[in-house]
Design a protein around this ligand. Structure first.
Ligand code: SF4
Ligand code: SF4
Length: 429
């Protein structure tokens, strides 16, 4: 009798029935969400608060070049209310990914995710310059961008690039590379001569070895002075940020996984990054103990202050959009620079204005990028200083294409490099 009761009532167990239904509902919802990742465009209430914050809206003064306009276009294309057309795609593709709009939006529209996803789905319809395609391809290989910049450094190819630039509106020195003799300082472990306080690894990414070489060398020097051994792993690849923002989400994911696998093998307790754009991208990977090199150095200096020479000349400070809107480390650069006695910082009169680099937008849309850069440079009083501090390699390379027009003697430096240049030490370079 008992057996019959169990047999009859088992299928009517309401708990199981509810759980099964709920589970199926959850699976269906997840599948729908996956199938339509652009549905978050519906969150936009069209309030327009983001418009004055948007650099492209400021430049073009049209709704289609604003965050609200782009959200509406993405929504209309996604819901097939309008046909995909090159004009609409171009307006959306002009976006710099600065995320000024996301920080002000009261509806919390996840604009950064939306634009990346939209580009991933529709970017095959947008024509990209040959140089963008080449950079993305090379950056996906270990040391690939380093190889590319080394080749570009050859005189014949430099001439060809200059010639190519004439046809593509690219500024002549778009791919600035460090002199080759500096390249002997690279992968390996650099031990501190001080009492050892631990070991850190440096994430140099794809371009660091060639074009941000100075920052790596200066960070190693200052970390050694603070008592840390520095390990620079070999064969590093791009963090994936450039691919993520140029419609190649799968490649970006693969690169993130490769970096995670490589960085997990390091015996150091922490991995430091220099570029806020790389940092924002690496932070998406779980289980990697990564930290901004500036934060780490600032914390170490609080425990063990070093001597810096007193400054009489002010310095200009440009903070990248990735620093402000992705990492949101508001006061970090000024706190770090304030370790130097007497420092005076010249700020931009419009700090939230993007310099126009926007990942590879300086190559994709050079005229737009240069127009924004001119606006940004004019927002500083550059005749007061010969030092321009910029925290992100992408911005720095772009800024170098025009800054000497405002002050021929000015030097563009990473904040850590500037700090290292002011350190009073017996071992100073
Ligand atoms: S990310 Fe920047 S450029 Fe793009 S829509 Fe938002 S504010 Fe404008
Ligand atoms: S601020 Fe947000 S909700 Fe308002 S228009 Fe812009 S994206 Fe839409």
């Amino acid at each position: 009798m008992m057996l019959i009761v169990t047999h009859v009532f088992k299928p009517l167990n309401l708990g199981t029935l509810y759980n099964d239904k709920f589970h199926r509902y959850k699976l269906r919802l997840a599948a729908m969400k996956k199938a339509n990742k652009l549905s978050d465009t519906d969150l936009c209430v069209m309030c327009g608060m983001c418009l004055p914050q948007c650099p492209t809206y400021q430049l073009y003064q049209t709704e289609t070049e604003s965050p609200r306009g782009r959200v509406a276009l993405m929504q209309a294309i996604n819901q097939q209310k309008i046909n995909i057309n090159s004009k609409a795609l171009l307006h959306i593709d002009h976006c710099l990914g600065c995320l000024n709009c996301e920080t002000i939006c009261p509806s919390r529209v996840p604009y950064g995710q939306l634009i990346d996803e939209f580009r991933n789905q529709y970017n095959q319809s947008v024509r990209k310059p040959w140089l963008t395609k080449l950079i993305l391809k090379q950056a996906a290989k270990p040391d690939g961008l380093h190889a590319l910049t080394s080749i570009i450094n050859k005189p014949v190819l430099k001439q060809l690039i200059k010639l190519g630039s004439t046809f593509t509106d690219l500024p002549k020195n778009t791919l600035t590379v460090e002199p080759t003799h500096l390249k002997s300082f690279y992968a390996g472990t650099y031990n501190s001569q001080e009492e050892c306080r631990g070991e850190v690894s440096l994430f140099t990414g794809c371009i660091g070895k060639s074009s941000d070489y100075r920052s790596i060398k200066d960070a190693t020097f200052i970390l050694n002075q603070l008592g840390f051994d520095v390990n620079i792993p070999e064969q590093q690849t791009c963090c994936g940020a450039m691919h993520q923002h140029n419609g190649q989400l799968e490649t970006a994911k693969t690169l993130l996984n490769k970096n995670r696998a490589q960085l997990e093998q390091q015996k150091s307790s922490v991995i430091l990054f220099f570029s806020p754009a790389c940092g924002a991208s690496l932070k998406q990977a779980e289980n990697i103990a990564i930290k901004d090199a500036r934060t780490f150095i600032l914390e170490a200096l609080r425990h063990q202050p070093l001597n810096f020479s007193t400054q009489k000349q002010p310095v200009a400070l440009h903070e990248s959009c990735s620093h402000r809107n992705m990492l949101r480390l508001k006061t970090l650069n000024t706190e770090l620079l304030n370790c130097i006695p007497g420092i005076q910082i010249i700020e931009s009169s419009d700090p939230s204005l993007c310099c126009g680099a926007g990942g590879l937008q300086s190559i994709n849309y050079p005229q737009q990028a240069q127009a924004l850069l001119q606006g940004k440079l004019k927002s500083f009083d550059l005749m007061q200083t010969n030092i321009f501090i910029s925290d992100n390699i992408g911005c720095s390379l772009h800024i170098k294409t025009a800054i000497t027009g405002y002050n021929p003697d000015i030097k563009v430096m990473h904040p850590i490099s500037y700090l290292a240049s002011q350190l009073i030490s017996n071992e100073k370079k």
